[in-house]
Design a protein around this ligand. Structure first.
Ligand code: PEP
Ligand code: MN
Length: 264
């Protein structure tokens, strides 16, 4: 169902404040985690002022260690929703568990399926039974066919509002970057599927200084949007501080991204 062969036109996903796919370019930004109501509200202001129409923020966090901050849960979703509404933005947030789909769906405009859950088939089926758009992140060791098959688990349930996000894959050399951003996957996915392709340069780079060049490479490759982690005090971020862009750094990325997109 995701194949271009049977559906040549681009899928365009319409949310309250965004059009995603086709000729549109969508900026999504926010902190890795929702940390407090004040913080997410400040970050929403920064995101919105720099062209983002979608506010990101995790309330259920898939942390590598069980002893790391796990997210604020439903309270975090309330803060995220209120911050987005205040700035007329959409929300994208991760749902980690099929039992949470209904509850998270009350707060979000777009479900994020994290890289680690890309092949959690019960979760994919559960979001596939809703009509809420889904941003499916490519697993860090997933092939193109793996991520396309994962998207079919969502589409098979009747939900065709799917976007696919590249967030970097594991390769033989991830000493200097957290993952390897596969810019080549953008035109490949666009050839194979009609779903919008989004680039997440933050989790690919792992370090602030590499986020902007990778994000711009993704835009130049033709991505329909970026999803970027931002923070005003990265040293004290509760997760992923080392890859967060400061507000002024995000402004630079966003200005350049929109300029590159205009050239395409
Ligand atoms: C995130 O978006 O904060 C996240 C955990 O992403 P990923 O699933 O790509 O690691
Ligand atoms: Mn993160």
């Amino acid at each position: 169902q995701g194949s271009r062969v049977f559906h040549p036109e681009d899928t365009i996903i319409r949310t309250k404040h965004s059009m995603i796919g086709g000729d549109n370019f969508t900026m999504m930004a926010g902190p890795c985690s929702v940390e407090s109501e004040e913080h997410i509200t400040r970050m929403a202001a920064v995101a919105k002022a720099n062209g983002a129409t979608v506010l990101r923020g995790g309330a259920f966090k898939p942390r590598t260690s069980p002893y790391s901050f796990q997210g604020l849960g439903e309270e975090g979703l309330r803060f995220l929703r209120r911050a987005a509404d205040q700035y007329n933005m959409d929300v994208v947030t991760e749902v980690m568990d099929d039992e949470h789909v209904e509850m998270v769906g009350k707060y979000t405009d777009i479900f994020q399926i994290g890289a680690r859950n890309m092949q959690n088939f019960s979760l994919l089926k559960a979001v596939g039974r809703t009509n809420i758009p889904v941003m499916l992140k490519r697993g860090m060791s997933a092939t193109v066919d793996d991520v396309l098959n994962a998207s079919e688990y969502i589409a098979a349930g009747g939900n065709h509002n799917i976007m696919i996000a590249e967030r970097g894959i594991r390769t033989f050399d991830n000493k200097y970057t957290r993952n390897t951003m596969d810019a080549g996957v953008v035109p490949v996915l666009q050839k194979l599927t009609h779903y919008p392709v989004i680039i997440d340069p933050s989790h690919a780079a792992g370090h602030t200084e590499f986020v902007t060049p990778l994000g711009l490479a993704g835009v130049a490759a033709g991505a329909s949007g970026l999803v970027v982690e931002i923070h005003d005090d990265p040293a004290h971020a509760l997760s992923d501080g080392p890859q967060a862009l400061l507000p002024e750094q995000f402004k630079e990325l966003s200005d350049k991204a929109f300029a590159i997109r205009d050239l395409l």
